[in-house]
Design a binder for this molecule. Structure first.
Ligand SMILES: NC(=O)c1ccc[n+]([C@@H]2O[C@H](COP(=O)([O-])OP(=O)(O)OC[C@H]3O[C@@H](n4cnc5c(N)ncnc54)[C@H](OP(=O)(O)O)[C@@H]3O)[C@@H](O)[C@H]2O)c1
Ligand SMILES: CC(C)(CO)[C@@H](O)C(=O)[O-]
Length: 312
């Protein structure tokens, strides 16, 4: 059987971790880097993981997509704040009839990708992962790692489980990454936002870790209210998030090790925040369906202010 080749667009906390796992399992992986290029080209990747540390002393590192070979599967693992680059980065490296696997947080990114590349399958993946890039080419995987995958079709119609989903799943599972398959990508994306909208947003605005947000009755209530509003957003697009799922997310977070969200880390390190993909797209999609997500819009406006002030 011919092995699929992979490209990683953005070799950071997430892309570096999954890419290294795929390479370690025996697949050919090509990594696009920016500031870490020289270091990774010379010394490879270091993965410090709760599942076992490993190093890849030699990796296929690039700082220019034009030098990369076309690959069967291209993993989009930039921060969404860089997605304006996809128009230039994606077309040269994805094979005709290949797959683009979007592993970013947020909503409607697959629809943006569909406007850039044609004759490819687009799969969205929700990553339940806690990973940080701690130094150039050095990834610290703290917890979890499962990915939920669903294939995108125009307007997020239901696809069922496709052959391309099965192929990617086989490669990831062979690399020791647990996969769950979804027939409804849009519902999966809204469900992931049930976590990301309250915790990412409030962690920045209130300068708090997840455990602090859950320990205080006022912030816990805020979290829960926001989760309900995400469910209202989902409903406006015809997707139902059951009440039990909200309780599961609250319980999940209580049991999590105290966590500084990725948005809080970005804020603390003065990097642009993923506001449009995680907050803007959801409230705009709901508004287009006639439902006004007041609390999420309020978070969005505060985050935009903080992001703008930080950049000044
Ligand atoms: N980390 C997690 O545990 C986790 C969990 C779930 C979902 N996610 C989502 O996954 C996505 C990626 O997050 P992340 O945590 O992996 O971010 P990250 O650590 O910042 O990784 C992004 C990488 O992209 C690189 N990059 C930026 N511009 C580039 C360019 N023009 N060419 C090549 N490389 C470029 C960055 O390099 P430089 O550092 O040189 O700019 C960085 O290494 C986000 O949407 C996030 O919300 C992450
Ligand atoms: C929710 C999470 C902290 C772990 O599942 C991670 O997936 C994230 O930051 O999106």
């Amino acid at each position: 059987m011919v092995k699929r080749t992979y490209a990683i667009l953005g070799t950071g906390a997430l892309g570096g971790f999954y890419g290294a796992k795929l390479q370690k399992s025996g697949l050919e992986v090509h990594y696009l880097l920016k500031s870490d290029y020289q270091q990774v080209r010379e010394n490879g990747l270091i993965i410090e993981s709760k599942d076992g540390d490993f190093t890849l002393p030699q990796v296929n590192a690039y700082n220019n997509v034009e030098k990369m070979p076309q690959c069967d599967v291209v993993i989009v693992s930039l921060k969404t704040t860089q997605n304006q680059l996809l128009r230039d980065l994606l077309p040269p490296i994805v094979k005709d009839n290949g797959t683009v696997l979007v592993l970013q947080n947020g909503l409607d990114i697959e629809a943006e990708v569909a406007e850039i590349v044609s004759n490819v399958s687009i799969i969205g993946g929700l990553c339940f992962l806690c990973s940080n890039k701690v130094a150039p080419g050095h990834i610290h995987h703290l917890d979890y790692g499962q990915i939920t995958l669903g294939e995108y079709t125009s307007n997020y119609q239901l696809t069922g489980i496709t052959q391309k989903m099965r192929e990617v799943t086989a490669d990831f599972e062979n690399a020791g990454i647990s996969i769950e398959l979804l027939e409804d990508l849009l519902l999966g994306r809204w469900k992931k936002l049930v976590w990301n909208i309250p915790y990412n947003g409030l962690s920045v605005i209130l300068d708090a870790r997840t455990d602090e947000l859950m320990a205080d009755i006022h912030t816990r209530q805020l979290v829960e209210n926001l989760m309900w509003e995400v469910a209202a957003g989902a409903k406006s697009t015809g997707r139902i998030i059951p009440e039990s799922f909200i309780q599961t997310m609250l319980d999940y977070t209580v049991k999590m090790k105290p966590y500084r969200t990725s948005m809080k880390i970005d804020f603390d390190e003065c990097r642009p925040l993923e506001i449009e993909a995680i907050f803007g797209n959801p409230f705009r999609k709901a508004e287009a369906a006639g439902v006004y997500l007041q609390q999420i819009r309020c978070l969005y406006q505060q985050l935009k202010f903080l992001d703008m002030r930080m950049r000044k």
